[in-house]
Write a protein that binds this ligand. Structure first.
Ligand SMILES: C[S@@+](CC[C@H](N)C(=O)[O-])C[C@H]1O[C@@H](n2cnc3c(N)ncnc32)[C@H](O)[C@@H]1O
Length: 505
């Protein structure tokens, strides 16, 4: 039985509640393919550590009915309300008898499973409490022998815990966001996974077939078995929602190329390095953008509404402009490839904020009365408890950036571009800051950035989003390959190139 897509509240407290618990349901066409893989062995059970509304149980019932097979459904779930939803989607109380209400990560059932399937809660690190982070650190050390970067999201711990609970020759299928392969923790995580288990297949989705259309994520399915590791795996890109994915899994991952699905073999290590959402690529040897420029993300304020104002809003509260820096927030606030002070003033005149309240750690009582009053307004609105802001001391201390010579508008519908900063502005998170490594090379770096080859190569390192947008993270931008042509049109000399890239010397 196919269930309709989950109807998601676009914003507000109901959307926020979903984010806190990571409650986004898997569509049936995806769930069935994942379940078909894990039940491809003789397992007498199916374990889902994050049952939610029971998408995988429903899929298992449908598949097993087709082949008259009996499989017991077992699982864990932390939220009884989510399980109530399961009964509304066609599962019976009897189907859910094997589900325990418990925390799978920190209090996992004391047994091994031979078929594990999950869409783990995607909870970003800043929503995890310091206490839980401490427990997760200990757990990680137990499982993989070292800890992971503090910015690791909850889904990664789910994944590790589930692999630890996978019995010999068992199978596991997890659907997770692209950052699972790209975050700072990725090297340590995947080093352990690929040395311990066999990656059988990775499924990626074109934006026309994204499993979670209203969520800004780039989902991938990892199909892994508890067998000796191998260096290649099957890789596919699903171009259409529908039965092709299940068919591909049931037929044992054949090579194919049709609009619904493109599949081939792939070197696992290359895939992780390239970013598994992109097709296999030749390894680039040669200069990359990071040899000539350093990139840093724009400022994350934690609350643009509070910290990012127009001149009129600042004046209405008597806030001295000397406590502000000029900033630009939205990529669509800069239309061309240049930003000037006149441009900022025009934005301000149209009611778009361009003044960022950029306080340091000066104690509140030493600030002017008007600023103190404004901070009290923020405190009354509970801003200091916001997920990002609560990590700062004091809560109103703003991140600092040197105004970069260039900005990079990194999330746009085929519209990623570099912008020349003639206004000494600092950007918020809609942009990356680009700093040439050598000041005297600013002009050449500008030509390099805007060369058509460089722009075309962005797609080699960017993540494509469900909406068709492309996103290039700071580290990824530094990996953009530079063509010979781009380097010579930018006038970057062979000597300098070689010195910079450590070639030939
Ligand atoms: C992304 S949903 C997936 C639900 C369902 N399996 C599906 O694929 O549609 C993740 C579920 O994990 C639950 N969850 C969050 N943290 C958990 C934990 N520590 N232990 C068990 N379940 C948890 C959430 O309540 C949510 O229902």
């Amino acid at each position: 039985m196919a269930t309709a897509h989950q109807k998601l509240p676009a914003s507000g407290p109901r959307r926020e509640a979903l984010r806190e618990k990571g409650q986004f349901w898997t569509p049936q066409w995806v769930a069935e393919a994942m379940v078909a893989y894990v039940l491809g062995t003789e397992s007498d059970h199916l374990f889902d550590p994050a049952v939610g509304a029971g998408a995988f149980f429903t899929a298992a019932k449908n598949l097993c009915k087709r082949v008259s097979r009996n499989v017991s459904l077992v699982g864990t779930e932390i939220d009884s309300l989510a399980l109530n939803q399961a009964t509304n989607t066609g599962l019976t109380r009897e189907d859910l008898r094997g589900v325990e209400l418990r925390d799978f990560v920190l209090n996992a059932p004391n047994r091994q499973f031979s078929a594990i399937v999950a869409n783990p809660p995607y909870i970003r690190h800043h929503r995890i409490s310091a206490e839980t982070k401490g427990e997760l650190r200990l757990l990680t050390r137990q499982i993989i022998g070292k800890t992971l970067d503090g910015r690791t999201g909850y889904h990664v711990f789910f994944f590790m815990r589930a692999l630890e609970r996978l019995s010999a020759h068992g199978r596991l299928a997890f659907i997770m966001p692209a950052d699972t392969c790209e975050g700072v923790f990725a090297r340590s995580l995947w080093g352990w996974v690929l040395n311990t288990y066999r990656m059988d297949a990775v499924v990626t989705f074109a934006h026309t077939a994204t499993p979670f259309p209203s969520v800004d994520t780039n989902a991938k399915i990892f199909m892994i078995s508890a067998e000796s590791p191998e260096t290649t795996c099957k890789w596919c890109r699903c171009g259409e929602e529908g039965p092709a994915l299940l068919d591909w899994v049931e037929k044992g991952f054949p090579e194919t190329s049709c609009p619904a699905l493109v599949a081939r073999s792939r070197d696992v290590a290359e895939g992780l390095e390239t970013g598994l959402s992109r097709p296999p690529q030749e390894r680039h040897v040669g200069p990359v953008l990071g040899d000539f420029a350093r990139t840093v993300r724009g400022i994350a304020t934690g609350s643009n509404e509070f910290f990012f104002l127009t001149a009129a809003e600042a004046a209405a509260r008597n806030l001295p402009l000397s406590f502000f820096v000029r900033a630009v927030g939205r990529t669509r606030d800069v239309e061309g490839d240049e930003i000037t002070v006149r441009h900022l003033d025009e934005l301000d005149g149209r009611g778009r904020p361009t003044y960022l309240l950029s306080l340091d750690s000066t104690p509140e009582e030493d600030l002017p009365d008007s600023v103190q009053r404004y901070l009290r307004e923020g405190a009354d609105a509970c801003l200091p408890n916001g997920p990002l802001i609560k990590q700062r001391k004091p809560w109103y201390k703003m991140e600092k950036r040197q105004p970069p010579p260039y900005l990079f508008a990194y999330l746009g519908r085929r519209n990623a571009r570099f912008i020349r900063n003639r206004a000494n502005v600092v950007p918020l998170t809609g942009f990356l800051c680009v700093y040439p490594r050598e000041i005297e090379e600013e002009e050449s770096v500008w030509r390099l950035l805007n060369h058509p080859d460089t722009i075309a190569n962005l797609s080699k390192v960017g993540k494509s989003y469900g909406s068709g947008a492309i996103k290039v993270e700071p580290r990824a931008l530094e990996r953009v390959p530079l063509s010979e042509h781009a380097l010579s049109s930018a006038g970057i000399s062979g000597l300098r190139r070689n010195k910079q890239c450590g070639l030939f010397f």
